[in-house]
Write a protein that binds this ligand. Structure first.
Ligand code: NAD
Ligand code: DAU
Length: 335
C-alpha cells in the first residue's frame, strides 16, 4: 500500500507515521508537511532511515507541488494537515480557512483525478459545537461549529462528503475528541501546563476551569484511523473517543499533583471567546462496527504523558524557540 499522510510532522500525524511504519513496515509511507510552526521533523527521527518512508515538504494548498506525488500513484490519503489551535483561530482566522478548507479541497481534487482508493479526513468533535451537562455527540449530531477553527474543519468535512456524494470518491471522516500524549505542541492545555509547572510559572486556566473535554491518548486515535483506513465503509463518519470526560481544572490539578507542584500556581484568566462548554463522544459505531477499543484509560495515559515530557525536556526546549515564541508572547505576554 502507498499511504500519503499529510501533516505528518505535527502532533497526531507524527505519532501516526511512527505507529504505521512499525505496524506495517512493508507499506510505503509518504509524509507531506509544510512545516509550519507546528511541524517538527524531530518527532520523526526514529523513522528517518526506514526504507519505505519518505518526507516531502509541501503545502496542501499548492496543487502544483502535490501533483507529481499523486501521479506516482497513491492508494490512501490520510489528511491530518491543518491549523489546529482554537486560540490562534480567534487571533488569525484567515489561514484556517486557507489550509483547512482550501487545502482539503485541493487534496480531494487530486484524489479524484488520480483515483485514490481511500481518503480519510481526520476531523474533530468540535464540528458538533458544544454540549450541555448531559448527552453525547453521535455521528447524527448536527454540525454547529462555534470557533473559526471548528467552522473551517466543518467546511472541510462537508467538502469531503460532497466529493463522495457527487463524484463517488471513497471517503471516511473521523471525528475524535481531545488527544494528548508525546510530541504535542505546548500551546495545547496538557503540554503547556506540564511545561509551566516544571518552570514554576503560572498555569493559566480559562474562565471557571469547569469546561469539560473528553481525553484520548494519541495512540488510541492512531489505531482508530488505522482501522478506518482498512475497514471503514465508504462515505461513513466515525466518532472516536474513550469516554474520559474531565474538567480542565481536574486535569491541571492532576498534573500539579503528579509533578509535586503547588496548586497556588493555578491562575484563573479571561475566558476564551466562544469557549465551548463540554465535549463528549459516543464512539459506539466504531467500537461495534469496526471493533475499535482504546488501550489507555485517562489515569495511566496522563501519567505516561507526564513522564514522556519529563524525559524529553530537550524536545520541549527546541519547540519553544523560533516562530512559536512570537505567538506565545502575543497570547500570554513575555515568557
Ligand atoms: P498540529 O497542529 O500538531 O499539526 C498540524 C500539522 O499540519 C503540522 O505538522 C503542520 O506543519 C501541518 N500543516 C499545517 N498547515 C499545512 C499546510 N498548509 N500544508 C501542509 N501541512 C500543513 O495538529 P494535531 O493536533 O496533530 O492535529 C492533526 C489533525 O487532527 C488536525 O486535522 C486536527 O484538526 C485533528 N484533530 C486534532 C485533535 C487534537 O486533540 N489535537 C483532535 C481531533 C482531531
Ligand atoms: O476536541 C478536539 C480538539 O481538541 C481538536 O480539534 C483541536 O485541534 C485541539 O486543539 C483541541 O481543542 P481544545 O480547544 O479543546 O484544546 P486546548 O488544549 O486548546 O484546550 C483544552 C481546554 O483547556 C479548553 O477548554 C481550553 C482550556 N485551556 C486551554 C489553554 C491552552 C485553558 O484553560 N488554558 C490554556 O492555557
Amino acid at each position: 500500500m502507498k499511504l500519503l499522510v499529510t501533516g505528518g510532522a505535527g502532533f497526531i500525524g507524527s505519532n501516526f507515521v511512527l505507529y504505521m511504519a512499525e505496524k506495517y513496515p512493508h507499506y510505503e509511507i509518504i509524509n507531506i508537511d509544510a512545516l509550519t510552526y507546528a511541524g517538527n521533523l524531530e518527532n520523526l527521527k526514529s523513522v528517518e532511515q526506514h526504507p519505505n518512508y519518505r518526507f516531502v515538504k509541501a503545502d496542501i494548498t499548492d496543487r502544483s507541488s502535490l501533483e507529481a506525488l499523486f501521479a506516482e500513484g497513491v492508494d490512501v490519503v490520510a489528511n491530518f494537515a491543518a491549523e489546529s489551535h482554537v486560540d490562534r483561530s480567534i487571533l488569525e482566522p484567515d489561514v484556517f480557512v486557507k489550509t483547512n478548507v482550501l487545502g482539503t479541497q485541493t487534496l480531494l481534487e487530486l484524489a479524484k483525478q488520480y483515483g485514490v482508493t481511500k481518503f480519510v479526513q481526520v476531523s474533530t468533535d468540535e464540528v458538533y459545537g458544544t454540549l450541555g451537562e448531559t448527552g453525547l455527540f453521535t455521528e447524527e449530531t448536527p454540525l454547529a461549529a462555534n470557533s473559526p477553527y471548528s467552522a473551517s474543519k466543518a467546511g472541510a468535512d462537508l467538502l469531503v462528503r460532497a466529493y463522495h456524494e457527487t463524484f463517488g470518491l471513497p471517503v471516511n471522516i473521523t471525528r475524535c475528541s481531545n488527544n494528548y500524549g508525546p510530541y504535542q505542541f505546548p500551546e495545547k492545555l496538557i503540554p503547556l501546563m506540564i511545561d509551566n509547572a516544571l518552570q514554576d510559572k503560572p498555569l493559566p486556566v480559562y474562565g471557571d476551569g469547569l469546561n469539560v473535554r473528553d481525553w484520548l491518548y494519541v495512540e488510541d486515535h492512531c489505531s482508530a484511523i488505522d482501522l478506518v483506513i482498512h475497514k471503514g465503509v465508504n462515505g461513513e463518519v466515525y466518532n472516536v473517543g474513550g469516554r474520559n470526560e474531565r474538567t480542565n481544572i481536574h486535569v491541571v490539578k492532576t498534573i500539579l499533583a503528579e509533578l509535586g507542584k503547588p496548586e497556588s500556581l493555578i491562575t484563573y484568566v479571561k475566558d476564551r471567546l466562544g469557549h465551548d462548554r463540554r465535549y463528549a463522544i459516543d464512539a459506539d459505531k466504531i467500537r461495534n462496527e469496526l471493533g475499535w477499543s482504546p488501550q489507555h484509560d485517562y489515569e495511566s495515559g496522563i501519567r505516561k504523558t507526564i513522564q514522556w515530557y519529563l524525559d524529553n525536556r530537550e524536545w520541549m526546549e527546541g519547540v519553544l524557540s523560533g516562530g512559536y515564541k512570537d505567538y506565545f508572547e502575543k497570547q500570554y505576554g513575555e515568557r
